[in-house]
Design a protein around this ligand. Structure first.
Ligand SMILES: [Zn+2]
Length: 313
């Protein structure tokens, strides 16, 4: 008998990643497409993808999970606000998805589901507690406490990217001033570099990867740019350690490809700003699932909910 499969979709600011996992969490199929600019094309794309998956694996897909960038409301079952994908703002997702997805499905914030993926299959496997951060276009995060995704009362828990770390800083996409994501993200790194190098260069032609390569090659301004991001990241990690005393903090996302350039100043700052026993019991590691964490977590989350009887077909 062919094994059951579980679909996962992970929609970020630039790419829609999707795939199928089996019951032991192995990826059976995966692909991606550019994120469409408006909601109608997004729904059309998901419909086409579903048709394709169903054609390849007829009748084998038992559930579907969707991780969307933005603040997901458990009560209203929609993204209330999406700083990095505004097309989702307040759109009634459930009726639209119900029309095109013929199996039970679940929706949540993308970083929450990526945290769940790392917890089940990645760097934080079976950790007692974990805080996951993903540093890319923005800064997403999710919290797992004693094996369960901590959603908060309304679904909005784990928005570490929108805590204030620089009260005199820049305006964030969420409307607040000086959020962590305004200081720790790919755009922040580029902005730092333009400032430290004294170049009036175009921020659209420089990427986080360019700055990583320059740091490696000995460019002082590039190193200082990482140090500044690491400083603010470390402040946030210190807060997390003192507040939750998690067993693990796992950091992923595109900017983390720079590894120690970001991590070293962040860990140094977190050590200074956390109480010693909380720091000593917390392990900070790089995420291990890379781009797959979101779709794997989304697929596993929907399966978990379905098997717990919490999804209606
Ligand atoms: Zn914000």
């Amino acid at each position: 008998m062919p094994e059951n499969l579980y679909a996962g979709f992970d929609l970020g600011g630039t790419q829609l990643k999707y795939g199928l996992i089996n019951s032991s969490g192995r990826i059976i199929y995966k692909s991606q497409a550019p994120s469409p600019p408006d909601i109608k094309s997004l729904m059309d794309l998901i419909q086409r993808i579903w048709a394709e998956l169903d054609r390849r694996y007829p009748k084998r897909i038992k559930s579907a999970g969707f991780g969307f960038a933005g603040f997901f409301s458990l009560k209203r079952k929609r993204i209330m606000q999406s700083p990095n994908y505004p097309a989702l703002d307040n759109f009634p997702l459930f009726p639209a998805l119900k029309k095109i997805i013929p199996v039970p499905f679940a929706v949540h914030n993308d970083a929450n589901l990526a945290a769940y993926g790392e917890y089940l299959y990645g760097s934080a496997r079976r950790a007692h507690s974990l805080v996951f951060l993903t540093v890319g276009t923005g800064l997403g995060s999710g919290i797992i406490l004693e094996g369960e995704l901590w959603q908060g009362k309304g679904g909005f828990a784990g928005e570490l990217g929108h805590i204030t770390v620089n009260p005199e800083g820049l305006r964030c996409g969420c409307g607040n001033i000086g959020c962590l994501e305004t200081e720790v993200s790919a755009p922040a790194l580029v902005r730092n570099y333009l400032e430290f190098s004294g170049k009036s260069g175009n921020k659209d032609t420089l990427s986080a990867r360019d700055i990583y390569l320059r740091a490696r090659a000995g460019d002082e301004a590039a190193r200082k740019s990482f140090d500044r991001c690491g400083y603010f990241l470390g402040i946030a990690l210190g807060i997390v350690m003192n507040f939750l005393n998690p067993e693990k903090i796992i950091i992923g996302g595109g900017v983390m490809k720079a590894g120690r350039w970001l991590l070293r100043p962040a860990v140094a700052e977190a050590r200074k700003r956390s109480i010693a026993p909380a720091f000593a019991t917390c392990e900070i590691r790089r995420a291990s699932l890379g781009n797959d964490a979101g779709l794997m977590g989304a697929a596993a989350w929907a399966r978990h909910k379905m098997e717990a009887g919490k999804l209606t077909p």
